[in-house]
Design a protein around this ligand. Structure first.
Ligand code: AMP
Length: 291
């Protein structure tokens, strides 16, 4: 494997033609290309993906794009946090080579009318709660894959369903890209790191802990031998209700299909989405099933 170190600021590119040129010269130099797609407002979760990419790829390309098509009309696209200067500093410290941060018009040009529609794991949970979300995600991810043509692309388990949807798209469309799913990074008290955490007031942040705590409860019940999904979901819901958060969904599903389970008899995933004040948060935990 060929690797290159970069210690200075990454090259900031907002233009598709310039990006293609940069990638062509990297390939001529024999570098394998890794891609980390993000919406910016970077935190340690994102940076863990960049670190993994840096370890495994010769050229580290990070994209920063708040993709309008994956937000619903009443969601937080307009107020989503944006801080390119801080992102660039963090990415310099983590050795990113190229940051592609296009304007919306560069990604969705006049008369854009092509979208990726998916069924299967895209239709449940986030797909149910946020109609059109995965259509937007799959479309922008496929565009970025086509632009960058990475050998490897890095996603976080924080967005478990998204990583599944992307893996399915790559398999279904025969894309020659290895999808690497990195562990979920949490705050010391368990809160999953998220760009949206900045929206939480101090008291909301305390209540938001109920998401990760409900997942701890699920894990604990499973390790105590509980295999009845309804009982686990009830306990998780109680934890969330006690913190007065507005539950969107609590589900325990098959890890590959996201089909809801009734009995835990093997690897599964527990997923939760809830609104804390105005802020919608998601979290998940892998469950191994009773031994
Ligand atoms: P976003 O900027 O929220 O679209 O996230 C970009 C990528 O970073 C996605 O693959 C996320 O799953 C990943 N990511 C976000 N938060 C975390 C986290 N706390 N731990 C690990 N990966 C994360």
């Amino acid at each position: 494997m060929t690797t290159a170190r970069s210690s200075t600021r990454p090259q900031l590119i907002d233009d598709v033609a310039q990006l293609r040129q940069r990638l062509a010269s990297a390939r001529e130099a024999g570098l394998n290309v890794g891609l980390v797609p993000t919406m910016g407002a970077l935190h340690e979760g994102h940076l863990s993906l960049v670190d993994a990419c840096r370890r495994e790829c010769g050229l580290v390309v990070v994209t920063i794009f708040v993709n309008p098509t994956q937000f619903g009309p009443h969601e937080d696209f307009a107020r989503y946090p944006r801080d390119l200067q801080s992102d660039l500093q963090l990415l310099a410290a983590h050795g990113a080579d190229v940051v592609f941060a296009p304007q919306t018009e560069a990604m969705y040009r006049d008369r854009h009318c092509t979208y990726v529609e998916m069924t299967g794991p895209a239709e449940t949970l986030e797909g149910d709660s946020r109609p059109g979300h995965f259509r937007g995600v799959a479309t922008i991810v496929l565009k970025l894959f086509n632009l960058v043509q990475p050998e490897r692309a890095y996603f976080g388990r924080k967005d478990f369903q998204q990583s599944l949807v992307v893996r399915r798209m790559v398999a279904d469309l025969d894309l020659p890209i290895k999808i690497v799913v990195c562990p979920l990074v949490r705050e010391p008290d368990g809160l999953a790191k998220s760009s949206r955490n900045v929206f939480l007031s101090q008291s909301e942040r305390g209540r938001a802990l109920s998401l990760s705590q409900s997942l701890v409860t699920a894990r604990q019940m499973v390790s105590d031998g509980q295999a009845d999904v309804a009982a686990i979901v009830t306990a998780m819901r109680e934890k969330l209700a006690a913190a007065d958060v507005e539950i969107d969904y609590v589900a325990i599903c098959d890890r590959d299909t996201l089909r809801p389970l009734e009995k835990l008899d093997g690897p599964a995933v527990a997923l939760v989405a809830a609104r804390v004040g105005q802020t919608r948060l998601i979290d998940n935990e892998l469950l191994e099933g009773p031994s």
